[in-house]
Design a protein around this ligand. Structure first.
Ligand code: FNR
Length: 193
């Protein structure tokens, strides 16, 4: 059975560097035999979280869609911009909505986090803030996180990383993650998928 990966960028920007990175990751994973479900934050669009609204109207469509697509995958991959040293509020808001479902859809899901930024740190600080809610919700967040620095200069015309050594590091990061998810899929707790 092929391993299914839900992947999305946490940026809505048309020319998003994170979207470029997640697309490249998707093509590498497909080449290696994985099945990819590309989502966007538009698919998971949610109003600002409000517990009254939840009680009155239930879960918004975007949260239901996020849950459905999480449940259909073995693992998920997020490429997230760093906003002010943290994750974008949009992403945290969607996570907060989804965290209200029972069973809680992030629990036991493998996750790989990546980021892209024009800065020299590549948005890596934002990923440490993203780990906190995901791990709190039981996601198995992969230790290695790929952060693409100077991302506005990093891609070639084919959408690959112009620096071959860096591209190889990225491919290795993805294949390490794929191998872990593959191995874990044989454990009974994953059989429900
Ligand atoms: C940023 N940016 C940014 N970059 C960074 O490396 N560290 C940071 O803390 C921030 N903070 C920040 C806050 C806000 C509100 C914005 C709009 C931007 C810059 C950011 O990395 C850059 O705009 C990226 O291009 C955003 O990712 P996408 O949209 O290209 O995927």
């Amino acid at each position: 059975e092929p391993i299914r990966f839900l992947m999305f960028s946490a940026s809505l920007r048309k020319e998003s560097l994170n979207t470029s990175l997640v697309k490249l990751a998707g093509s590498i994973i497909e080449k290696a035999g994985g099945v990819v479900d590309h989502a966007t934050m538009n698919d998971f669009d949610c109003p600002s979280y409000n517990q009254d609204e939840e009680a009155e109207s239930g879960m918004p469509g975007g949260a239901q869609e996020f849950k459905k697509r999480l449940e259909a995958c073995h693992a998920f991959i997020i490429s997230s911009p760093e906003y002010n040293g943290s994750m974008p509020g949009l992403l945290k808001n969607a996570i907060d909505w989804v965290s209200r479902f029972r069973p809680q859809p992030f629990n036991e899901k493998h996750a790989l986090l990546m980021s892209a930024s024009p800065s020299m740190v590549g948005g890596n600080r934002g990923l440490w803030s993203l780990r906190i809610p995901l791990e709190r919700l039981g996601a198995r967040v992969f230790p290695d996180m790929f952060s693409l620095a100077s991302a506005h200069h990093a891609f070639n015309e084919a959408g690959r990383l112009a620096d071959e050594k860096l591209e190889k590091m990225f491919e290795d990061n993805l294949s390490d993650f794929m191998n872990l998810v593959e191995a874990a899929s044989h454990y009974p707790c994953m059989k429900k998928h």
